[in-house]
Design a protein around this ligand. Structure first.
Ligand SMILES: *Cc1c(COP(=O)(O)O)cnc(C)c1O
Length: 409
């Protein structure tokens, strides 16, 4: 038997033992959707998460949603009412963000390799471009010049440090992201000389960290770096986007980030900030921390078989929807995501089984030798922490399978 990750708090069963999501029975949701596999996102959990963040953080810090975590249109429209801004990373995401109802001025567009038409779309819309290089800055200035518009430009800084303990390092050393800190003052002066509306700094050091202390240290370094750059430039950044980094517990032994501790430390950091940043605004951009727990992936058992004494539950889902849960999205060692039998959610484990997907590859494993209540053909398996990097971050067309259904409840 191998352990699985912790089931997020807030999920319960009805009297029959059926998992409830947003107060609805999982089986009913599958009926309403018309078929499995299915992602269900619980809007009440999304709202609670945003409220938890605001209660923990200093009031002067804005909350941005990094929409690559989950771009499902109904979820985006809901998030637009919960957060202060969206961070997008492609022209397609920019379009979706604008369609969600989020104000263009509250959208920032980061990401390497922005094409001219993407820069143009952002400048026309009035979104902020987080510039990733001096070359991109020149292209943006020249496009704005042709359009006769004043572009809103921020500079993404590649910091000289990374986020300790983060699952994905996005700063420190040679990186395709951002402009090396040493080169930032020259670039910002160039933007100011060209008459651009300089919006400030975007400094993102890493992702998926669970240690509040490490996040707080990184934020303190980020604020200090912003102050140092501002002093060199001789101008205060209107906004300092501190990045995010707050992760969620996916695996056995993982524990949730202490958001209150992060907020307290950030309050102290901002309280003691360099005077040049007195009038600057601050933001954090979060993806998975806001949306992962609110999502459940439901997949149905289509076969139950044994091979060399091992029991397999073969489902109608798989890595084409849940690449991360299969262990093939940025993890070195495969570990089990939180998993349950949705229609026996209140029952104790009775056997050790492996839950696999329907793809003809040994990579397609959703639960490896996990202890679960007995499940048979027709039963529903739930994979948790499915609200981020699920549907849109998995190869849905692999083996001709097609996308999963999605619904916001
Ligand atoms: C991916 C990304 C995020 C979101 O990361 P999470 O781990 O989902 O919070 C935030 N900012 C930038 C620049 C990103 O690339």
């Amino acid at each position: 038997m191998k352990p699985h990750g912790p089931i997020p708090p807030g999920f319960a069963a009805d009297v029959s033992g059926m998992l409830l999501i947003g107060g609805d029975r999982a089986e009913t949701l599958a009926d309403v959707a018309g078929d499995t596999p299915l992602f269900v996102y619980d809007s009440a959990m999304l709202a609670a998460r945003a409220a938890e963040w605001r209660a923990a953080m200093p009031a002067e810090v804005q909350l941005h949603y990094a929409m690559k975590a989950n771009p499902y249109a109904p979820l985006l429209a809901f998030m637009a009412g919960l957060v202060d801004g969206f961070d997008v990373a492609s022209g397609g995401e920019l379009k979706a963000a604008l369609a969600s109802g989020m104000a263009a001025a509250a959208i920032s567009f980061a990401g390497p390799g922005k094409r001219d038409r993407e820069l143009e779309a952002a400048i026309i819309a009035g979104a902020t471009l987080n510039l990733e290089s001096a070359g991109e800055a020149e292209r943006a200035l020249s496009i704005a010049d042709h359009l006769g518009l004043t572009p809103r430009l921020a500079v993404r800084v590649n910091p000289d440090f990374d986020l300790k303990g983060s699952g994905m390092k996005m700063g420190g050393g040679a990186k395709p992201f951002g402009v090396d800190a040493a080169d930032v003052p020259t670039l910002v002066r160039r933007l100011l000389d060209a008459g651009a509306d300089w919006r400030g700094f975007h400094i993102f050091a890493g992702s998926q960290a669970l240690d509040a202390g490490a996040i707080a240290d990184t934020q303190a370094q980020t604020v200090a770096l912003a102050a140092r750059l501002a002093n060199e430039i001789g101008r205060a950044p209107p906004l300092v986007n501190l990045g995010g980094g707050m992760g969620v517990p996916y695996f056995p032994g993982d524990t949730a980030v202490d958001a209150t501790a992060v907020g307290q430390a950030l309050g102290e950091t901002l309280g003691a900030r360099d005077p040049i940043l007195t009038d600057s605004r601050f933001a954090m951009e979060l993806g998975r921390w806001l949306v992962a727990e609110a999502g459940v992936y439901l997949t149905r058992v289509v076969d139950r078989k044994t091979s060399h004494g091992e029991t397999f539950l073969v489902t109608d889902g798989g890595l084409h929807h849940q690449l991360a849960a299969s262990g093939n999205f940025g993890t070195v060692i495969r570990r089990n995501y939180p998993i349950a039998v949705a229609n026996a959610f209140d029952r104790e484990p009775a056997e050790t089984v492996s839950v696999v997907g329907c793809l003809c590859t040994p990579l397609d494993r959703l639960g490896d030798q996990v202890a679960l209540p007995r499940a048979d053909v027709g039963d529903l398996i739930a994979i948790f922490q499915a609200g981020a990097y699920g549907a849109s971050a998995s190869p849905a067309t692999f083996l001709g399978q097609g996308p999963a259904r999605e619904m916001l409840v």
